[in-house]
Design a protein around this ligand. Structure first.
Ligand SMILES: Cc1ncc(COP(=O)(O)O)c(C=O)c1O
Length: 433
């Protein structure tokens, strides 16, 4: 079809498809997210016994996705519920209150006095995205400090909100633990009043968390520098198996009087990945401020996705507010955390039994779903090519992908691809003697 697009004597005619293509000529294929890339490579591998250690969601001991009994019970309760007759603002308020209680404790003054503004969000990602948008709206000249390394999507989220991203030291490559002195130096050297993103527990991708004493020091320094702590809590309960223990960092900051921002995700801790249930909350000094902040968060949320689907919100609210369901869920969460801890110990023991002279202590020292193994990019590639074992290029192992039946195979594969390093190490040692 030809269309007249320009008047006068120099009128030109273009086919509609040629004209339309002009708009997007500059669009190129986006760089693939490393986690998505692993998923696709794994899917494309026809080997029947391939192993995916890139998965970010919990798997049971047979490597299968897991549906919690507490979730099934909640589902049975809401079956037949007439969603269209529910008030979405009442459901949202109850959900937010239960989520905030989970983070700060039922008896905390912020809960009792209502000193928070919160909104439901599209899981942890949506909660971070909402906060980034809020930050851009109300602190347009600010930036965010992210731990190095962090979950790769944090970079995308804040970049897309137009907030400049900086990094602070977190992980020490040699010790495979926390680089605490470098972290504290970065906190000290950041301009006063900076925004920092912190993982309160089960840090992704390292599995390295500060100790309680270190959190106290961090909180103290944040106070002195008037920094804003934004906690991204996607794994509460996965580090220790105990919800309160894993929220200790938030409680320490709360005791010190910080006005905390917090993103919560129920994707992993209730195995509700596909439901996308999350909460964003920000603590406030008084009720008036809470109302103002809430209204602004709701306004941003409305523009981003209007109301959120109610099914997942109801499930989570029901589990958190029903005593029996909540205690069943706590037990199931503990079981998931225990299975992961057992796999950490078994993987380490299996590597040590193979007489690997490398130090694998960090596998059991790190906590939560992930372990930054120390494997190099080349070793990760070799694992894929020779052993059909998949993980992200940074060497992050998702412990949820390790099972009793594959752990020996995984250990042997890791042993084989790290043997070269061992030989270099041994040659180096004998040269020194
Ligand atoms: C640290 C961290 N925050 C947030 C998320 C977001 O999770 P979701 O959007 O699936 O709840 C993840 C997921 O991997 C994560 O690791």
């Amino acid at each position: 079809m030809w269309q007249y697009i320009n008047g006068g004597t120099s009128a030109r005619f273009l086919s509609s498809s040629a004209r339309a293509s002009k708009w997007w000529d500059h669009v190129r294929i986006a760089e693939k997210d490393p986690i998505v890339a692993v998923k696709e490579a794994f899917r494309a591998d026809p080997f029947p016994h391939k192993i995916n250690l890139g998965v970010g969601t919990y798997r049971d001991d047979e490597g299968k996705p897991f549906v919690l009994q507490s979730v099934r019970d909640a589902e049975a309760e809401i079956k037949g519920c007439k969603f269209e007759e529910l008030s979405s603002s009442a459901v949202s308020s109850k959900f937010v209150l239960e989520s905030v209680k989970l983070a700060y404790g039922n008896d905390s003054h912020v809960v009792k006095e209502g000193l928070f503004a919160g909104v439901p969000a599209l899981s942890g990602t949506g909660a971070c995205r909402l906060f980034a948008e809020f930050q851009r709206n109300f602190c347009p000249d600010s930036q965010i400090y992210l731990p190095n390394p962090t979950w790769s999507n944090h970079h995308n989220i804040w970049r897309q909100a137009g907030i400049p991203v900086k990094m602070f030291h977190y992980y020490h490559r040699d010790t495979k633990g926390l680089d605490f002195s470098a972290l504290m130096a970065d906190v000290k050297n950041a301009p006063d009043g900076s925004f920092f993103l912190l993982h309160p527990c089960a840090h992704n991708p390292t599995g390295v968390d500060p100790t309680e004493e270190q959190w106290r020091e961090i909180s103290y320094k944040f106070k002195a520098k008037n920094h804003f702590p934004f906690f991204d809590m996607a794994y509460q309960g996965f580090a220790s198996g105990d919800l309160n223990k894993d929220a200790r960092a938030l409680q320490i900051f709360l005791e010190d009087g910080h006005l905390i921002g917090c993103a919560q995700s129920f994707a992993k801790i209730m195995a509700l990945f596909e439901h996308k249930v999350g909460c964003l909350s920000v603590l406030c000094t008084d009720k008036e401020k809470s109302a103002a902040m809430k209204s602004q968060l709701e306004k941003i949320s409305l523009a981003m996705h209007s109301n959120l689907p109610m099914h997942g919100l109801l499930l989570v609210t029901m589990i958190l507010s029903d005593t029996d369901m909540k205690s069943l869920w706590r037990k199931e969460l503990k079981d998931m955390a225990n299975r992961i801890q057992t796999m950490r110990s078994t993987l380490r023991q299996s590597l040590e039994k193979l007489d690997s002279s490398l130090n694998w202590e960090h596998i059991t020292k790190q906590v939560g779903m992930f372990s930054l193994s120390g494997l190099s990019r080349d070793q990760v590639k070799q694992l894929e090519k020779d052993f059909h074992v998949y993980m992200t290029p940074d060497g992050r192992i998702s412990m949820a992908g390790v099972t009793r039946s594959n752990v020996k195979y995984v250990a042997n594969a890791i042993y084989q691809v790290t043997r070269m390093d061992e030989e270099v190490l041994c040659a180096g040692n004998s040269g020194n003697q």
